[in-house]
Design a binder for this molecule. Structure first.
Ligand SMILES: [Zn+2]
Length: 447
């Protein structure tokens, strides 16, 4: 892999000391960060395959989108006026058309999602859905780093649950053998509502044996806690704890209705994290708001996610940082209980930590994978301020992204994808979209 020296950039390292270099350099070699520092310590440029002068750019670790369902781009704009965090909204606007999905729809949909994510600064995303194999191959082709959870669906059928768990294990083993940038996980679908207790216990045992994480929705819709409270007198979090879930790595999306006891359960298990999806939560109209400040105070890792783009409807993690900041101020009733630096950490190193990848990505430190992005600070909104993180979060946009590297490979150069042509991805997607929705219309006629 070509070595590359970036010079004269404003650099946010997001390391333990949160160091910033007003005018700095960073060297990428062999897919890793070889070194970085202020310009007065810069190495000679002669030894590098490529040297980029990034004056007027903000260089930082690639963004981590901790919760999405990339194939669901096919539903963007199709759930307006419905809450996707209720059974009613989800069933009528997603589940019913979803029954017409074919495996061949997934690749073109995920390719466009990956393009949008890459072009707005995401270098790692965490996905949970059916069709994990198809999602993984499209993610791999995009060059992004991806944690793909195999959606385990039971639908009241014990044999189907067991077969799905077998398929999930095969998926994990197959992806590990392939050795790409995809990290395979499990994604138990709707614990207690769909996956029953016996299946959940079997999933935990398999996940612990394989050392893979579990990515699920928790305390998202009103039905989540209602179901377990009615059945066991326990919140969903407590029921999952009872069934051994917190023995493994858990990434819980949404977490709108957590009790103090639920927060304590997360805090007692360092491998359990929350993916806060501020925009999706607000758009859903649910009253609950994820208690991010309390969770962080208790020591829980809180990452940020866009959720699917029927719920959001954007993959822009810069706007997700802003939304998380705004909603925290509103919830706590005081100005910025989450600082801009906190929000940047949540979108980078804390996202990486939630995925168990913080030794590999999430901050700019020598030896880590070279997952690096550069925003152009020449456009509107990027005036001088005392802290560039504040400008990024509250005034910047994912559309300011100019360059992106994953494991040292430049996947976005001058605002364009390097591995594929966005126009071709969009044409392919449009054909798939038209075909899919025509299939849905035919199915509705028959029904
Ligand atoms: Zn979700």
């Amino acid at each position: 892999m070509a070595s590359c020296l970036l010079q004269n950039a404003t650099i946010l390292t997001v390391d333990d000391k949160d160091r910033t270099f007003e005018k700095g350099w960073i060297a990428l070699a062999g897919g890793r960060i070889a070194g970085l520092g202020p310009m007065e310590t810069a190495p000679a440029s002669a030894g590098y395959d490529e040297v980029l002068d990034l004056a007027g750019h903000l260089v930082m670790p690639g963004l981590v989108n901790a919760h999405t369902h990339s194939a669901m781009i096919l539903f963007r704009g199709r759930s307006e006026g419905h809450s996707l965090l209720t059974m009613e909204g989800w069933y009528n606007t997603i589940r019913e058309p979803e029954l017409s999905l074919l495996p061949s729809d997934i690749g073109p949909a995920v390719a466009l999602s990956c393009a949008e994510m890459a072009l707005s600064g995401t270098t790692t995303f965490s996905d949970q859905y059916f069709f994990a194999e198809e999602i993984a191959s499209a993610a791999d082709a995009s060059g992004l780093r991806a944690v793909i959870a195999y959606g385990i669906v039971q639908l009241g059928d014990e044999a189907r649950g067991a077969e799905e768990l077998g398929n999930a294990v095969a998926f994990v083993e197959g992806q590990r053998r392939a050795g790409g940038r995809v990290v395979p996980w499990f994604g138990p679908h709707a614990p207690y509502v769909d996956n029953d207790e016996a299946l959940l216990r079997a999933e935990v045992a398999a996940a612990v044996r394989l050392g893979c994480g579990m990515h699920l929705h928790m305390a998202a819709g009103p039905e989540d806690n209602e179901e377990t409270l009615a059945r066991y007198g326990l919140t969903a979090t407590q029921a999952l704890a009872r069934d051994g879930f917190f023995a493994g790595r858990v990434l819980a999306a949404h977490c709108l209705d957590l009790s103090p006891g639920d927060i304590a359960t997360f805090a007692a298990h360092p491998a359990a994290s929350v993916a806060h999806c501020a925009s999706a939560g607000l758009r859903s109209g649910r009253e609950g708001i994820c208690p991010v400040v309390d969770l962080r105070r208790a020591g829980v890792t809180v990452a940020l996610g866009t959720d699917n783009v029927a719920a959001n409807n954007s993959y822009d993690m810069v706007s997700e940082m802003r939304m998380a900041g705004l909603v925290a101020s509103h919830r706590e009733g005081r100005a910025q209980p989450l600082s801009s630096r906190d929000l940047v950490r949540m979108a980078t190193i804390e996202g990486a930590r939630a995925l168990g990848l913080d030794n590999e990505t999430g901050s700019l430190e020598p030896g880590k994978a070279a997952d690096v992005i550069a925003f152009d600070m020449g456009g509107p909104g990027w005036s001088e301020t005392p802290d560039v993180a504040t400008t990024l979060v509250y005034s910047g946009s994912g559309r300011d992204l100019r360059h992106s590297w994953v494991a040292g490979e430049r996947i976005v150069a001058d605002g364009r994808l390097t591995r594929a042509d966005l126009g071709a991805i969009k044409r392919d997607y449009s054909a798939t979209y038209a075909d899919f929705w025509a299939r849905v219309a035919r199915a509705r006629k028959v029904a």
